[in-house]
Ligand binder design. Structure first.
Ligand code: PLP
Length: 377
C-alpha cells in the first residue's frame, strides 16, 4: 500500500468541474490582478474569520512581511516569536532589520509558552507573533494580556490554522492582525502561492492595501514604500470554491485524528506522545483543525525510515529550531537556550492526516507504527 503525506489529487478529483468553471470565468474575463474575484474571497474570508477586513496578498510570508511593514517595524526593534515554526515567521522580522526574539514553546501544543514571554520583553519590543502551529491556536488570552500591559501589537501567524477556534473566536481575529497562507498543503490550499491578512483596524487595512501595490494610495501616487504583494485572481477563484468545503475537510481531519488517538494510545504510550487539543477546560469552543497530526516518538528517524519502506509518507516539522539556524548566528543564541523546542525538533513526526484518507489507509499506518514499537525490546 502507498499512503503519501498529502494527496492533493484526491481532493482535486472531488471538485474538478467546479474549479474548472471558476478558472474559466477568470480566463474569459482576462482580469488577473486583484479585481472582483479577489474582493469576493476577501469578503468571504473576513466573514468566515469574524474579522472586519481581509486583504489578499501573494503568500503567507508576504502577509507577515506586509503586516510588520504596516506597523513600521524596522532597525532596532524587537519582535517576540516562537523558535519552533516555519522559517518565514522569523525571517520576515530579520528582513526588516529588526531582531527576532525567541521564547520557548509549550510541550503539549508546540506553541509559544505565554508564561515565558514577559521575561523577553524589553524597551525595544514592538510586537509578538504567536504561531498557531499544526492547526491549534496558541494560548491567546494571556498573550493579549501581556501585549496590553506593555503596549505591544499582536500578529497571529495563523498560516496553518484557518478555521481553528480559540474560546469561541476564530484564529487570526483575536490579535491586532492575523495572517493566513494558501500554500497548497494548507487546509485551504491554492494552486500556487497566496495569503491573506485579516484585521479589525480600518487604518491598518488601508495601509495594507497600499503596501501590496508598492505603497500607492491611488494609482502611481506613492505615500509609502511597499512591494508587489498582490493575490492573483486565478488563485482567488480556486480558493473561493474550496472555502465552501473547508469546514467539511477540517472535520474529516479531526475524525482521522480521533482514529489515530484511539488506536495509537492503545499501543505503548511511553513511546508515542500524541497531539492534544487543549483549552477545553476554558469552556467555550476550542477547535483544532489538524493541518498536521504530529506525534513525538522515540527513535524517530528509524521509525520514519521504517514507514517510508512501508510506503507511508511522513515529514519532520521542523528538524532545526530557528534560533539554531545558521542565518541567525548573529543573534547570539546557542544550543540549550530553548530546550523544549530543541527536544521537539528531535522527536516530532507528522503523519498523513488529509481528509480523503481511507479507513484501510489509516488502519495500515496504525498497524505499521504498532508493529515497529512492538518489535522494540
Ligand atoms: C507557520 C507558518 N508561517 C508562515 C508560513 C508562510 O506561508 P507561505 O508559504 O504562504 O509564504 C507558513 C507556510 O508555509 C507557515 O506554516
Amino acid at each position: 500500500m502507498h499512503v503519501p503525506l498529502l494527496d492533493l489529487k484526491a481532493q482535486y478529483a472531488s471538485i474538478k468541474d467546479e474549479i474548472r468553471a471558476a478558472l474559466d470565468e477568470v480566463l474569459d474575463s482576462q482580469l488577473f490582478i486583484l479585481g472582483p474575484k479577489v474582493e469576493e474571497l476577501e469578503k468571504k474570508i473576513a466573514a468566515y474569520s469574524q474579522a472586519k477586513h481581509a486583504v489578499g496578498v501573494s503568500s503567507g510570508s508576504d502577509a507577515l512581511l506586509a503586516s510588520l511593514m504596516a506597523l513600521d517595524i524596522g532597525p532596532g526593534d524587537e519582535v517576540i516569536t516562537s523558535p519552533f515554526t516555519f522559517f518565514s515567521t522569523a525571517g520576515v522580522i530579520a528582513r526588516l532589520q529588526a531582531a527576532p526574539v525567541f521564547v520557548d514553546i509549550d510541550p503539549v501544543t508546540y506553541n509559544i509558552a505565554p508564561e515565558k514571554i514577559e521575561a523577553a520583553v524589553t524597551a525595544r519590543t514592538k510586537a509578538i507573533i504567536p504561531v498557531h502551529l499544526f492547526g491549534q491556536c496558541a494560548d491567546m488570552q494571556p498573550i493579549m494580556e501581556i501585549a496590553s500591559k506593555y503596549g505591544l501589537i499582536v500578529i497571529e501567524d495563523a498560516a496553518q490554522s484557518l478555521g481553528a477556534d480559540y474560546m469561541g473566536r476564530r484564529a487570526g481575529a483575536i490579535g491586532h492582525l492575523g495572517i493566513f497562507s494558501f500554500f497548497p498543503s494548507k487546509n485551504l490550499g491554492g494552486f500556487g502561492d497566496g495569503g491573506m491578512v485579516i484585521t479589525n483596524d480600518d487604518g491598518l487595512c488601508d495601509k495594507m492595501k497600499a503596501l501590496r501595490v508598492h505603497g500607492a494610495k491611488s494609482k502611481y501616487y506613492y505615500t509609502i514604500v511597499g512591494g508587489n504583494f498582490r493575490l492573483d485572481a486565478l488563485q482567488a477563484a480556486v480558493l473561493t470554491v474550496k472555502l465552501k468545503y473547508l469546514d467539511g475537510w477540517s472535520q474529516k481531519r479531526r475524525d482521522n485524528a480521533g482514529t489515530y488517538d484511539r488506536h495509537l494510545a492503545e499501543a505503548r504510550p511511553v513511546d508515542i506522545v500524541l497531539p492534544k487539543a487543549v483549552y477545553r477546560d476554558r469552556g467555550d469552543r476550542n477547535y483544532h483543525i489538524y493541518n498536521q497530526y504530529t506525534i513525538r516518538v522515540k527513535r524517530r528517524d528509524t521509525l520514519q525510515r521504517f514507514l517510508k519502506d512501508a510506503g507511508i509518507g511522513t515529514e519532520i516539522y521542523y528538524p532545526l529550531p530557528l534560533h539554531l539556524q545558521e542565518c541567525f548566528k548573529g543573534l547570539g543564541y546557542k544550543k540549550g537556550d530553548f530546550p523544549i523546542a530543541e527536544a521537539s525538533a528531535e522527536t516530532v513526526l507528522s503523519l498523513p492526516i488529509y481528509p480523503e484518507l481511507s479507513t484501510g489507509q489509516k488502519d495500515y499506518i496504525v498497524g505499521k507504527i504498532l508493529e515497529f514499537y512492538r518489535a522494540l525490546p
